[in-house]
Write a protein that binds this ligand. Structure first.
Ligand code: PML
Length: 231
């Protein structure tokens, strides 16, 4: 398999990124798809696009978390729903509130990591931890889109969420960087809960992983181990 990664920026500021894990004969198609994504992103036109292709020796196949959408009428209601799911996983309320502040501030390319005392554990606070070497199988992607379980954003995010939960992260909270995309999610071992209106239009987004503890080895696995998420 080959990992293909794209990142696009303007005046040094990140605009979009994406990745695919594909067999050799699909490289060309995947590169074009990522290039199109870079050139048409709603957050702006890039002046720099980087596309990297590398061979990956070992790929793990895992099942996607079950997807459920919870419709909320506004951000306040959505935050209550997210909080309830996180409290059920044993995340203290003050740690959930801290996570909301982190995603609302935005500006991180990767995820912040919080332990149950609310301490930040990611080694680089500007960058965060970036979950890489992931993709969604064609049939899972088709199921999500055809059955209306989610959107293209879900197809990307279910790969991140399923991998991190498999690696032992207790829960993930996420809102999109895309200005107009207001549906976010909470993922736990019980599922991937899409929550509408988890942020307001034009607000930044972010990602937080909740852990008991984390070490260098787990960060390396989150960033490097390759996973294709399937049905
Ligand atoms: C992102 O843009 O990376 C976050 C995606 C959130 C997806 C929520 C959904 O499933 O609709």
């Amino acid at each position: 398999m080959f990992g293909i990664k794209m990142r696009a920026s303007r005046e040094g500021k990140h605009i979009s990124g994406g990745e695919r894990l594909v067999s050799e004969e699909k490289i060309e198609e995947a590169v074009l798809e990522l290039l199109r994504k870079a050139l048409t992103h709603e957050n702006g036109k890039p002046d720099f696009i980087n596309i990297k292709i590398e061979k990956i020796d070992k790929v793990n196949y895992i099942k996607a978390l079950p997807i459920k959408t919870i419709t909320c009428k506004n951000k306040k209601e959505a935050r209550e729903v997210a909080k309830k799911i996180l409290l059920e996983e044993g995340i203290p309320e003050e740690v959930v509130e801290k996570a909301f502040k982190i995603i609302d501030k935005g500006g991180m390319r990767g995820a912040a990591i919080l332990n149950l005392n609310g301490e930040r554990l990611e080694p680089d606070r500007e960058r965060g931890v970036r979950v890489k070497n992931i993709d969604t199988s064609e049939r899972l992607k088709e199921k999500i889109l055809k059955e209306g379980l989610g959107t293209e954003r879900t197809v990307d995010a279910i790969a991140i969420a399923s991998k991190v939960i498999r690696l032992g992260i207790i829960a993930e909270l996420c809102t999109s960087d895309n200005k107009s995309y207001t549906t976010g999610y909470v993922a736990t071992k019980k599922g991937y809960f899409r929550i509408t209106n988890l942020k307001n239009i034009n607000e930044p987004g972010g990602r937080v992983f909740f852990v008991k503890d984390i070490d260098e080895e787990l960060i390396k696995r989150l960033e490097e181990e390759a996973y294709i998420i399937d049905l």
